[in-house]
Design a protein around this ligand. Structure first.
Ligand SMILES: [Zn+2]
Length: 140
């Protein structure tokens, strides 16, 4: 998919809204619009790389650092009993937006292991959760 029509590139350009948790030099973390669970957060590169084969290693390292920060904040804010960290490459692996991103999905016992929810979350709900997670981020 070209960068012009890419939904994550549109979010990065400010053409679509997002509920941001935090940002770093080369990444933005925001809540999934169709959460598989409460607090489902995506860590997305500012620049368009389709997958793990295209992303430069230094950007991948920044994704890892951000995932560590966000995971800690999710744990403080939401107290999940588990956390799924997923990164998918190519349609057969389940990738649906072809712009590199990592899913951080807080998990509770008895819930499924879906990666995408069926229902779009409300803007009010998402902004409340984003603020709750952001409040627990370690200061940098
Ligand atoms: Zn993109």
């Amino acid at each position: 998919m070209s960068e012009v029509n890419c939904i994550f590139c549109k979010i990065m350009r400010g053409e679509l809204p997002s509920h941001r948790v935090c940002e770093s030099e080369r990444t933005v973390s925001f809540l999934d619009l169709f959460p598989a669970a409460l607090g489902h957060t995506l860590i997305v590169t500012r620049d368009h790389y389709e997958n793990i084969y295209e992303i430069p290693p230094e950007v991948l390292a920044e994704i890892a650092t951000e995932s560590h920060r966000v995971a800690g904040a999710q744990r403080e804010a939401l107290r999940p009993e588990g956390l799924g960290v997923y990164q998918l490459n190519g349609a057969p692996a389940g990738q649906t937006v072809f712009h590199y991103h990592m899913h951080l999905i807080p998990r509770m016992p008895g819930q499924g292991l879906e990666l995408h929810g069926r229902k779009e979350a409300s803007s009010e709900e998402l902004s409340g959760i984003a603020a709750k997670i952001a409040a627990k981020l370690p200061s940098t």
